[in-house]
Design a protein around this ligand. Structure first.
Ligand code: ADP
Ligand code: MG
Ligand code: MG
Length: 885
């Protein structure tokens, strides 16, 4: 026979290890009881009982007996009986789930009061007003939470009494007045429910328990759980606890306290105190609380005891704790504790300082912080006031804060930047053509696209602030203005403030606070407690991680910055960014070339420019690997827009013959599905001389660096390979050029040639590809796009919100790797590749390389490195360390 399930635990029976069963609050109360802290006695009904109730609509049959038994023990311990007429025991009935859901579920105080016991309470406490006030509170909470009466109806009654007496504070209502309020409250309940307020204390208790069970499924609780990713089937525990009273006069009160400042992590007691009040008043903001330090003057003994208890709790939980406490006529009671929530800043400081104090290990400290928090700390923040109302909300695509004048095209941004002006580039969406403007602007704002739209990816890569998909904005680039949903018109030159962390845009200048950590992350020198903590924890992450962290960077400047931030090389150097700006004319010439001679001339003109780019990057990354990807995007991206061209030609009597020629080329190259079209290795094989020129530029740059005494480590990467044959062809050409340059320059060129794995076919045939590749780099953006068969440029703006809402996705697969599908392909390819070449180097260079959750997956999949935007490197180092714990 199995032992019967126990549904009720007295506080003395439980402990913190039982949080799943007793809820966080119940486990905390039990743990404090065990530690000998002054906790009003009580007992907990388990989450299991709640689950039974939610599934069957009835509590388990044994529950009644168990509650009665625990209640009898409580009554004995307190020397009073629940609701007894002359000196009643009152209890609170408190919700408390496994994970903290502050204020989301119900709690009912002062259970046990009725028309008789209210007089008993008055007599026993010697405070008549207090007794009536407590009864009034019970009716209000019970009426609302248990009987479903609109809370506003009660407030209206109290309001009316205050108006009649011309007072504003509840405290001004005396006992007699409150007795009237009580009668009216009963009337409200009767009218609204057709039922009397139950006078029987036991009925009050059981109905309150059921109501707390039921509040698990309240609308706000469900919404909160969805947002916080808390499972829906856990249920809540219910805690019954003897009431203590903070509203017995000036020698009483209630408050919350933290063992450290949860905003900054600063050591020392911190919190708020409200004299002569009950706990729920603090939350409700009925009156203004005073800083906890005041309690030292009001009641030095209680203050000192509170300090002792906080120290005990922090030492015991080995973390920041917060407590709810009440002082009843000079006697201190602790009503709740938990490991407290904190800001990113506080998280780093507390973890590091507890580590330094020897309270926790360095591994534990590292586990308590995360990359998302670190990234947040790296950007300047807006000191927004509550009065600042955003013009619009969009997707927080690239964090940080920026202020600038609105511009509607790239040229305007460049022009104003030349005058030293800060700008915000506002576009419906961006294309590679907007790149100069994105570089010149402080922030990018678009009305279309999600976190992996062109604007978002490029902005993140540059560490530039970006809000995208602010779809309520109507952007009229031609008229040089945009309109907000509220009807405001913002014109070119108007100042806006863009918050890329929150995804909001404000009109005018919101003041900025600089990031305290971004400088020290680059210099490696701490400037205060926060930066000491950040650098200390990163150090530890570096010492434990197996994954290397490289950067996606295409300029010497980005490469140098990435290196200062801890990059161990470049995992992705995109060459297409080197084909923009002044060089477009040359690229156009290459595309338009009618014969080999013309094409060769255009390529020859590009060669020295590319070589200079590579030399600079190899210099910045001297001694570290630099993976250079050959040209990847469809060529038409380097040509003007088809419609623009056609309009330009149609609108003049004597169109420029060059324009006509361009238009023919654009039309010839037009593709319905460019992302599945002539790009990547296909382009290299289709455009004679392109691969040769790029490889020659790399080879000559390496030779140059060798001559200069450097240690260049270039690697050549062929994109979008689907079959080993493509790689074989491209590789043969590359090797030919490498050999030639080696001979010409008299140097030994050791330049590995590898491929991107970014098509399902490549992943599925990785074994064959590994025979020809020196390394694999997973291009998880394209791999996600091609595995799911969805276009990231379109899907995010169209059905992603629906899919997220319906739970088809829990996160965008372009942000966090789809481990089940795309991740499976990565694993297959790593395995097959390593079977052929056990030393095959593998890495990832998609957006996922900087995503915390994905990094943990890549660690498990056994990759050698992740590569990400420079500004995400510190977070990636931290997460790679955490993955190795
Ligand atoms: P929440 O989870 O929303 O914080 P609680 O169960 O903690 O709800 O209760 C709400 C308020 O009532 C808190 O301020 C708490 O301290 C106070 N409270 C709960 N139980 C008692 C009690 N037995 N005596 C005095 N105050 C109590
Ligand atoms: Mg609480
Ligand atoms: Mg790709």
């Amino acid at each position: 026979m199995s032992t019967p399930t126990q549904y009720v635990y007295e506080f003395a029976e439980g402990g913190r290890e039982m949080a799943a069963l007793l809820g966080g609050k119940g486990a905390g109360l039990a743990e404090m009881t065990r530690l000998g802290l002054p906790v009003p006695p009580g007992f907990t009904v388990t989450t299991e009982a709640c689950r039974v109730y939610l599934e069957t609509g009835q509590e388990p049959p044994e529950l009644g007996v168990e509650v009665a038994h625990a209640l009898a023990n409580l009554e004995r311990a307190m020397g009073r009986d629940l609701g007894r007429a002359d000196d009643p025991l009152l209890v609170s009935v408190r919700s408390g789930a496994r994970f903290s859901m502050p204020g989301m579920m119900d709690t009912i105080l002062d259970i046990g009061l009725n028309d008789d016991s209210v007089a008993g309470l008055a007599k026993a406490s010697g405070r008549e007003r207090f007794a009536w006030d407590s009864y009034r509170r019970l009716l209000q909470m019970f009426g609302h939470s248990v009987m479903g009466v609109d809370a506003g109806l009660f407030e209206r009654v109290v309001g009316a009494h205050k108006t009649v007496l011309s007072v504003t504070d509840d405290h001004a209502l005396d006992a007699e007045e409150l007795a009237h309020v009580v009668e009216e409250f009963k009337g409200v309940i009767r009218r609204e429910t057709g039922e009397e307020f139950p006078q029987d204390p036991f009925e009050q208790l059981y109905r309150a328990i059921r109501a707390v069970f039921g509040s698990w499924n309240s609308e706000r609780a469900r919404v909160y759980r969805r947002r916080e990713h808390i499972p829906d089937d856990l249920g809540t525990a219910v805690n019954m606890q003897a009431m203590v009273f903070g509203n017995l006069g000036p020698d009483s009160g209630t408050g919350v306290a933290f063992t450290r400042d949860p905003a900054t992590g600063e050591r020392g007691m911190y919190g708020d105190y409200l004299p002569d009040a009950q706990g729920e008043d603090v939350v409700a903001g009925v009156r203004n609380a005073v800083p906890l330090a005041e309690l030292e003057h009001l009641d030095p003994r209680a203050y000192e005891q509170l300090g002792d208890h906080l120290r005990t709790l922090e030492a015991h939980y080995r973390d920041l704790c917060d407590v709810e406490f009440t002082v009843e006529r000079g006697r201190l009671w602790i009503l709740q504790t938990r490991v407290g929530k904190r800001t990113a800043e506080a998280a780093f400081r507390i973890a590091h300082e507890l580590d330094e104090a020897g309270t926790i290990t360095s591994d534990e400290a590292l586990a308590r912080v995360d990359g998302t928090e670190l990234t947040r700390l790296m950007f300047p923040r807006f000191a927004t006031r509550t009065s600042d109302v955003p013009l619009a909300h969009g997707v927080p695509a690239s964090p940080g804060a920026a202020v600038g004048a609105v511009v509607f095209d790239s040229e305007a941004a460049v022009r104003r930047a030349a005058d030293g002006q800060h700008t915000v580039l506002v576009r419906r969406e961006t294309t590679p053509e907007d790149l100069p403007g994105m570089i010149a602007a402080q922030a990018v704002l678009t009305s279309r696209g999600g976190k992996t739209s062109h604007a978002a990816v490029v902005a993140r890569g540059m560490g530039k602030v970006c809000v995208c998909g602010a779809d309520a904005l109507v952007i009229d680039s031609a008229a040089r203005q945009f309109t907000t949903p509220a009807g405001a018109v913002v014109r070119e030159g108007d100042t806006v403030s863009v918050d890329g962390t929150a995804g909001t845009v404000y009109l005018g200048t919101v003041p900025l606070t600089a990031s305290e950590v971004s400088g020290p992350l680059e210099t490696g020198t701490a400037t205060g407690p926060l930066t000491r903590a950040v650098l200390g924890l990163l150090d530890h992450a570096d010492s434990v991680r197996r994954l290397e962290v490289r950067a996606n960077a295409d300029t010497p400047k980005d490469a140098a910055r990435a290196r200062r931030l801890g990059a161990q090389g470049i995992g992705l150097c995109r060459t297409e960014h080197m084909f923009l700006g002044d060089r477009r004319a040359l690229v156009e010439a290459m595309i338009l070339a009618r014969d080999d001679t013309a094409r060769e001339a255009a390529l020859a003109a590009l060669l020295p420019l590319q070589r200079e780019d590579f030399t600079g990057i190899l210099k910045a990354m001297d001694g570290l690997p630099v993976t250079i990807r050959l040209l990847d995007p469809p060529l038409h991206e380097f040509l003007p827009d088809r419609t623009d061209l056609a309009v330009r030609i149609a609108s003049t009597a004597h169109p420029d013959p060059h324009d006509r020629e361009l238009l023919t080329a654009v039309e010839r190259m037009h593709e319905q599905n460019p992302m599945l079209g002539l790009r990547g290795v296909r382009l290299g094989l289709a455009v004679p001389g392109l691969v040769a020129m790029q490889v020659r530029a790399v080879a000559e740059a390496v030779a140059q660096r060798l001559r200069d005494g450097g240690r260049p480590r270039a690697e050549i990467m062929i994109p979008l390979v689907g079959t080993v044959e493509e790689l074989r062809l491209a590789r043969a050409e590359a090797e030919r050029v490498l050999a030639k340059v080696a001979m010409e320059t008299g140097t030994t060129l050791d330049c590995p040639i590898g491929t991107m794995i970014e098509l399902p076919r490549a992943a599925l045939t990785a074994g064959r590809i590994a025979e020809v590749a020196d390394f694999f780099s997973f291009g998880t953006n394209d791999l996600t796009q091609t595995t799911w068969g969805l276009s990231r440029d379109d899907a995010e703006a169209s059905f992603f919100p629906l899919y997220l809402e319906k739970g088809v996705f829990t996160a965008s697969p372009f942000e966090t790797l789809d481990q089940e599908g795309v991740g499976r392909l990565v694993e297959l390819a790593v395995e097959a590749g390593r079977a052929v070449d056990p030393r095959l180097e593998t890495g990832v260079c998609g957006e996922h390389g900087g995503d915390p959750e994905s990094i943990h997956f890549f660690h498990r999949a056994g990759l050698d490195y992740v590569s990400c935007s420079p500004f995400r490197i510190p977070a990636a180092r931290l997460e790679a360390g955490r993955a190795a714990l």
